[in-house]
Design a binder for this molecule. Structure first.
Ligand code: UD1
Ligand code: CA
Length: 494
């Protein structure tokens, strides 16, 4: 059967969400790196509906701002002061073309696990059955808080009763209204005109449309689904965490089935938009967030957080945090590394322990292995930065940039006082405080020359253990040949 293209999907997002106790609108709280509303919008878009609309009221400006940032083609409808899901849909219809005909789906902005395919199935089932109203239902263990589906003797759906309006007997019904619906546009419009507010909450209930349509002689039906998580709504932060966990389980399972090893899905958090290549291995305590991409065969973790970061094939990243960074194929990072925005590590390059980088382009095979701050710098291919090197990029007013050329060597504990340009094939002596450019083939030595003062210990520290040891050593004839002061072989450890 061909898919039925709905005329519109109306996403309800006007409610207050008081139980969240938050200054952020409920539908903008994220799970899997996407606001609840973002999940609902994606599912709605999967139906290829002509119009996708979001009904707003509470903190409408924040919600509208989000909508236009992710999907400028969304229709936004404002609900007025009349409360209830029925009124929300009525306001939604008013903002759509008046001659709109065909199928209208209604979903909630706070039901994030609903899948696009489920809405497609709903549209198809609704059309195939010839019903004017189709409600998505599920049988749950604990129906508390949900509207209950009341079925007649023939098994058909008669009406839906809200928890607060339900009798004792009705409350024991475990088939619930998911809040997701398919309607015939004309029937919906007519029925909503007749819906009143005579109920426990004084609201205009969308659920009343079902009984009204039925009374008017239209066929109504239910589309029951087994995957109850798809119908679960978020009303408080306990449910937010619960649904976030279920979503994460589903995302992890998807990647494991695609050939990714995830050693411990319980401590691995992967956002919806992350992509991972085959045979990558994700170790415990890892968070892959935002638009992060992991190349095939890469090993990530344990304890790694990557935000909007691209990792190449076969790279290894251990105990690190990276944000808006690129880690090249076969490169290694960590343990204990912090890659800030603009870090680009070339293929087979290395960023090692206790290294922080920012706006640093590090060439292919270049190494920054130990205890370094590399900010605002270009490090050429094959270059080696000694332990404890600091790129002093900030003079208190402005940031400056330095360059270390191809295959150059910077000795340990150097301060590169930016801006400095070290050419290809140059050396910087260990312990330098570098302020001037260095030419190809040169070594820069930028530190005070060593001065030894003979007899100082005997004069300044007489009677100490050190003085006694000096005396004994002198008696034994232990002496170094005096240095000629040439520093050129002191470029430091590698
Ligand atoms: C609603 C249903 C209930 C169903 C449940 C499923 C009605 C009357 N009740 O109850 O049968 O089991 O959803 O989760 O439809 N909203 C508006 N404007 C409003 C009120 C709500 O846009 O005036 C939006 C909310 O933002 C939310 C959705 O509609 O996205 C559901 O509202 P909520 O107040 O959570 O309804 P429930 O009481 O859960
Ligand atoms: Ca709800």
């Amino acid at each position: 059967m061909n898919s039925v293209r709905p005329a519109a999907v109306i996403i309800l997002a006007a409610g207050e969400g008081t139980r969240m106790k938050s200054s952020t609108p409920k539908v903008l709280h994220p799970i899997g790196g996407l606001p609840l509303l973002g999940h609902a919008i994606r599912a709605a878009r999967a139906t290829a509906a002509e119009h996708v609309e979001v009904v707003v009221r509470h903190q409408r400006d924040l919600v509208v701002e989000y909508c236009s940032s992710v999907d400028p083609a969304l229709v936004v409808a404002d609900q007025d002061e009349v409360k209830g899901t029925g009124r929300a849909v009525e306001c939604g219809l008013a903002a759509l073309p008046a001659d709109l005909v065909g199928t209208v789906l209604v979903t909630s902005g706070d039901v994030p696990l609903i899948e696009g395919q489920t809405l497609v199935d709903l549209a198809n089932a609704h059309a195939a059955s010839g019903a004017a109203v189709t409600v998505v239902t599920a049988e749950v263990a604990d129906p508390t808080g949900y509207g209950r589906v009341v079925r007649g003797a023939d098994g058909g759906v008669e009406r839906i009763v809200e928890q607060k309006d339900a009798s004792e007997a009705e409350r024991s019904i475990r088939e619930i209204n998911s809040g997701i619906w398919g309607f015939d546009a004309a029937v919906l419009r007519d029925a909503l005109e007749q819906v009143g507010t005579d109920n426990a909450q004084g609201e205009k209930y969308l659920t009343d449309v079902l009984a009204l349509a039925r009374a008017a002689g239209h066929r109504v039906g239910a589309h029951r689904i087994d995957d109850i998580w798809q119908t679960e709504g978020v009303n408080d932060r306990v449910q937010l965490a619960k649904l976030g966990r279920v979503l994460n389980d589903r995302v992890c399972e998807k990647w494991m089935r695609a050939g990714v090893t995830i050693v411990d899905p319980a401590t691995t958090w992967i956002d919806t938009d992350v992509t991972i290549g085959q045979d990558a291995r994700i170790l415990p305590g890892t968070q892959l967030l935002g638009a992060t991409t992991i190349g095939s065969g890469a090993v990530i973790g344990p304890e790694v957080t990557l935000i909007d970061t691209e990792v190449g094939e076969e790279a290894e990243v251990e105990r690190a945090k990276a944000n808006l960074a690129v880690i090249g194929a076969g490169a290694t990072v960590g343990p204990y590394s912090y890659l800030r925005p603009g870090t680009v590590l070339g293929a087979k390059g290395r960023i090692g322990g206790f290294v922080e980088t920012k706006n640093a382009q590090i060439g292919e095979g270049a190494k920054v292995p130990h205890l370094t701050y590399a900010g605002d710098v270009e490090i050429g291919p094959g270059a080696n930065i000694g332990a404890g090197t600091i790129f002093a990029n900030y003079d208190g007013v402005a940031k400056h940039r330095s360059r270390i050329g191809k295959d150059s060597f910077v000795g340990s504990h150097t301060v590169v006082i930016s801006p400095v340009d070290v050419a290809d094939g140059a050396y910087v002596a260990a312990g330098s405080a570098l302020t001037q450019d260095v030419n190809p083939g040169e070594i820069a030595v930028a530190r005070a020359k060593q001065r030894n003062v003979p007899g100082w210990v005997a004069r300044a520290r007489p009677g100490t253990r050190t003085a006694a040891a000096a005396e004994a050593a002198a008696a034994a004839g232990t002496r170094h040949t005096p240095s000629d002061g040439d520093d050129s072989d002191t470029e430091g450890e590698r």
